[in-house]
Write a protein that binds this ligand. Structure first.
Ligand code: PXG
Length: 442
């Protein structure tokens, strides 16, 4: 091992782990000590096939030399530069490169350090944008049931995952939610976008009528909802949301933290679905998950609304100590180069039909009640054990790990999102092992 660190520390008590069953984990820890391309190495020396790109972020696979070398070089050359009132070239270069692959119409980049911060940034920008244009009454934010927009107060307020909200008090005021688009009775086992459900976007008209358009700043949705268990937009749904928001002068924010950087076979979901929002939030795949970094993209219209008043004045009182951090910036540049040189977005698109067939071959396997897919994302929904929700999927996760594959679970849904470098034989291994696991479950 390169690092002088015990693979299994004796005391696991101090580290309060995020989104983890801490007591279960600490009784039977699962530790990764190394990673390369499609595999993790565990502390017992086992190889585990990464079916989830870490947490939907290592789109180019692990420990890619171009990225790790860029980081090492930058750390030795310019480790940190103040983010406010000072600049360094890599942050500007990365912004240009992001805009190069972004949908036409996205022209500016505001840096953050995570998806959660990207969301807070976009929500604040939306409210301040309207105020800058003399529409200060537009402060309401509309999210969606089952939406995931990170864990900060704005994000959990517009988000719609109940467990992430209900113990944290009253949250932001002035928030409303669209209904989610998950219609298993009509759409179970659909390949790609479901046929039924576009009309759910019309609920936005109801919300607008309830509150008045002149009080609404923005609608935020994941173009494809990842965390909640891979819920695809019904055909025509995003187009309708775009038309209704435009009609009422409401900004549309796509949260592309998961869908960004090739996951669906295009650089962004906005291109995949051919719908242009006013802002896009990203993180994860921007740096291949290697260094924390996020970015919010905006149209010129949003950005330009702030560029007024005396030139010596700060236009937006918002930002982070690490916005556009030099090491994160070069990690981002190197990552985008790897994506481009290896044609990884196109690779995801060309592998998608194989991935879809492999996933849907699980239909009929024990406990499986739905399968959903898009690009290199897939979900297998299990019938919950009566009275013990989440237990069946969590048991599947543990067994899968023992058998050498890493999957994710949310509720009783298994989600997979492998690095875009996955080979067909590895897709077979992932799905084949999952089939064995599911057949072995009570
Ligand atoms: N928006 C979306 C759409 C996300 O999926 C965030 C914001 C927050 O990003 P940060 O970087 O603050 O975590 C996310 C994060 C999972 C899983 O397995 C999903 C996320 C994070 C961790 C696990 O579903 N999504």
């Amino acid at each position: 091992m390169a690092l002088d660190r015990k693979p299994n520390p004796n005391d696991l008590n101090a580290f309060w782990m995020p989104f983890t069953a801490n007591r279960q984990f600490k009784k039977a820890p699962r530790m990764f000590v190394a990673a390369k391309d499609m595999h993790y190495t565990t502390s017992e020396g086992r190889q585990v096939l990464d079916g989830t790109a870490g947490l939907w972020c290592c789109n180019a696979g692990h420990c890619r030399p171009k990225i790790t070398e860029a980081i090492a070089k930058q750390a030795a050359e310019l480790d940190y530069a103040p983010a406010f009132q000072m600049g360094h070239p890599a942050a500007f270069e990365l912004a240009n490169r992001i805009i190069e692959i972004a949908p036409k119409g996205m022209e500016h980049v505001f840096y953050t350090n995570s998806g959660s911060e990207s969301v807070e940034t976009a929500l604040k920008l939306a409210i301040a944008y309207h105020r800058a244009r003399g529409e200060g009454a537009r402060t309401r934010l509309i999210g969606r049931e089952r939406g995931y927009h990170g864990v900060n107060f704005g994000g959990i307020s517009v988000g719609g995952i109940v467990t992430n909200r209900k113990v944290f008090g009253t949250l932001l005021g002035g928030v409303d939610h669209l209904p989610h688009t998950h219609l298993p009775a009509q759409n179970a086992f659909t390949r790609g976008q479901p046929e039924q459900g576009a009309n759910l976007a019309d609920e936005l008209e109801r919300i607008v009528a309830l509150h008045g358009a002149e009080t609404i700043a923005a609608v935020i949705v994941e173009p494809m909802a990842g965390s909640t268990g891979v819920l695809l937009p019904p055909k025509g749904y995003l187009e309708k949301l775009r038309a209704i928001t435009k009609k009422h002068g409401i900004l549309l924010i796509f949260d592309e933290v998961i869908t960004g950087f090739g996951r669906l076979g295009s650089a962004f979901a906005a291109q995949h679905y051919n719908v242009l929002p006013d802002m896009m939030t990203t993180a994860k795949g921007l740096t291949n998950g290697v260094i924390p970094m996020g970015a919010v993209m905006t149209t010129a219209e949003v950005h330009d609304a702030f560029m007024q008043g005396p030139e010596h004045m700060i236009e937006l009182f918002h930002g982070y100590t690490y916005s556009g951090n030099p090491i994160a910036s070069v990690a981002g540049i190197a990552t985008l180069e790897v994506y481009k040189e290896e044609g990884l977005f196109e690779r995801a698109a060309s592998l998608a039909p194989y991935w879809e067939d492999a996933l849907h071959s699980l239909k009929g396997t024990r406990h499986v009640i739905d399968i959903r897919n898009e690009g290199l994302i897939g979900a297998v929904e299990l019938e919950p054990i009566a009275g013990e929700p989440t237990k069946r999927a969590f048991t599947a996760f543990l067994k899968a790990y023992e058998k050498g594959i890493l999957i994710r679970t949310t509720g009783d849904i298994i989600a997979m999102s492998p690095p875009l470098i996955i080979e067909k034989a590895q897709i077979d291994q992932l799905i084949g092992t999952l089939r064995e696991v599911l057949e072995s479950l009570d």
